[in-house]
Design a protein around this ligand. Structure first.
Ligand code: ATP
Ligand code: MG
Length: 357
């Protein structure tokens, strides 16, 4: 009868939560890998100080936000704290690339003309470092440091559920080849924002609070709240928050993942709405993000298929890389995942393995 089925379902979801957790633990970087990466950061920082003595080199992206998979690449950002007028990002790219070419064994590729100018570094695999190292260095990208801190704060509030979901989606989207912004699909950052949106705004009761709307405890200046015109405020005292806020949502991570796939297969209104972790479900017309953009030339017509508002640079669509075909493929993968979970009600481990094939 139905109560037996409910019992089975409950058992499946509990098993799925445990399997997900075990699955993700194996994917985490080892302490050795983290130590090597920190050494690389320090070495590069020391070298860059030859060009610009008042600079700091900081980690962002997965190495700093708690969502790193084993052997993932490093994202580094160089900040210059100088009273003099510092060189532009493109100038820094050229100068630093030149230096690293001379002083290190990295293969160096400067991209001074990109939207965000960067240097790409790679180190070929060796015995001690079987996957080599891939690293991007950007300059003065303070917003990226802030959005890294925001993701880290969400991960810290509920490490088990948030980290497990994001890490699993990263792995799954890479294995299923829908994590390639250059080929028409979505970046890891985009998937992480979808997870947080789901946990803050879709689940009732919510799994996470909205950190960007909690008021500061003490008044803070407008300057501290902004980078340029971007409001970067969020409540970052997670230790305090953990003492005073507790989610009323007790769903296991297995159940949350199943619901996530269901929601983004059938319920999320892709044609008309925008995913915003700051503001919830927003309308495309409210943002002025039309699809296809009537003013756009052919190449950018696809820009607003999947709309994900950046948490700080709110005029920026993180999902702009997703083409019509890309979105079709991504939704197809969400549906496939839902189907697998529905058709393997007894075997959580097999469902996960099949999902990531
Ligand atoms: P991976 O392990 O796949 O490299 P990651 O967690 O490092 O995953 P990325 O997608 O590489 O995620 O993003 C790294 C950082 O770069 C993000 O934290 C964000 O600050 C910035 N970033 C990446 N993509 C975008 C984007 N489309 N718009 C704005 N910032 C982005
Ligand atoms: Mg990265």
């Amino acid at each position: 009868g139905p109560s037996v089925r409910r019992g089975q379902r409950h058992h499946f979801l509990a098993e799925l939560s445990q399997c997900l957790f075990d699955f993700v633990v194996q994917l985490l970087p080892t302490p050795e890998e983290l130590a090597i990466k920190e050494d690389v950061r320090k070495l590069l920082e020391r070298l860059i100080r030859n060009v610009e003595p008042d600079s700091r080199l900081l980690s962002f992206g997965s190495t700093a936000n708690g969502f790193a998979l084993r052997n993932s690449d490093m994202d580094l950002c160089c900040l210059i704290d100088s009273d003099r007028l510092p060189p532009t990002a493109s100038e820094m790219v050229v100068m630093v690339a030149d230096l690293l070419e001379r002083e290190t064994k990295f293969q160096v590729k400067p991209l001074p003309k990109a939207r965000i100018p960067i240097i790409k570094l790679t180190l070929a695999p060796t015995q001690g470092l079987p996957y080599g190292i891939a690293c991007d260095i950007g300059f003065e990208n303070r917003l990226a440091l802030e959005n890294t801190r925001l993701l880290l704060s969400y991960a810290t509030l509920d490490p088990t559920r948030v980290r497990t979901m994001v890490l699993f989606l990263k792995l799954w989207s890479k294995r299923r080849k829908i994590n390639s912004p250059y080929l028409g699909t979505l970046s890891s950052y985009g998937y992480a924002l979808m997870v947080i949106f789901f946990l803050v705004h879709v689940k009732h009761p919510p799994v996470l609070p909205n950190l960007q709307v909690i008021p500061p405890l003490r008044p803070i200046t407008k300057e501290d709240m902004h980078i340029g015109e971007h409001n970067i405020w969020f409540f970052d005292d997670t230790e305090l928050l953990k003492q005073t806020w507790q989610s009323a949502n007790t769903d296991g991570v297995g159940e949350l993942l199943v619901d996530f796939f269901k929601y983004f297969s059938h319920d999320f209104p892709y044609n008309t709405h925008v995913i915003s972790i700051r503001g919830g479900l927003l309308e495309k017309t409210y943002k002025g993000w039309y699809e296809p953009d009537p003013r756009a030339h052919d190449l950018s017509r696809d820009r607003n298929r999947l709309c994900i508002e950046d948490p700080f640079e709110i005029s920026y669509n993180v999902g702009r890389t997703v083409t019509k075909d890309g979105l079709y493929t991504i939704r197809g993968e969400f549906m496939r995942a839902s189907r697998i979970f529905a058709s393997r009600p007894d075997r959580a481990f097999l469902a996960l393995t099949q999902l990531c094939e």
